[in-house]
Design a protein around this ligand. Structure first.
Ligand SMILES: [Zn+2]
Length: 124
């Protein structure tokens, strides 16, 4: 019997985790490339970030990312944390299960389609 929050089974969770970590690595690598003059960031911070899922980012690091990348990176981190807590796949706003199709397209999403559309309508 599926329990609460088990929209995604364990095997799928592992795959999602891998996707998230890969995407995360891409963003971090992109930043490292953009700042390849600074070896400190490339070696220390990037390596550190790659190693720790729970890492908090430096202000400089976050500022150097575009808004979209920053948002994505933080969402990816949040999703990884939810995976660790066994809460992955639940909408942060209404606590309902996020559709599988949606999770497949945007694995780091925190909200179900309804809540997402609602918040977009509010900010628009
Ligand atoms: Zn929702």
């Amino acid at each position: 019997m599926p329990s609460k929050g088990s929209v995604v089974n364990k095997k799928e969770l592992e795959a999602v985790k891998k996707t998230l970590e890969t995407r995360r690595g891409e963003i971090i690598r992109k930043l490292s490339e953009a700042q390849n003059q600074s070896k400190i960031i490339e070696t220390d911070i990037a390596q550190d970030l790659a190693d720790k899922a729970e890492s908090s980012y430096t202000k400089e690091f976050l500022l150097s990312l575009s808004n979209a990348e920053r948002g994505e990176l933080l969402q990816i981190d949040a999703a990884l944390k939810r995976i660790a807590r066994g809460e992955y796949g639940l909408c942060l706003s209404c606590q309902k299960e996020i559709g599988k199709k949606r999770l497949h397209h945007i694995p780091w999403t925190s909200f179900c389609i309804e809540c997402q559309e609602k918040s977009e309508a509010e900010t628009a």
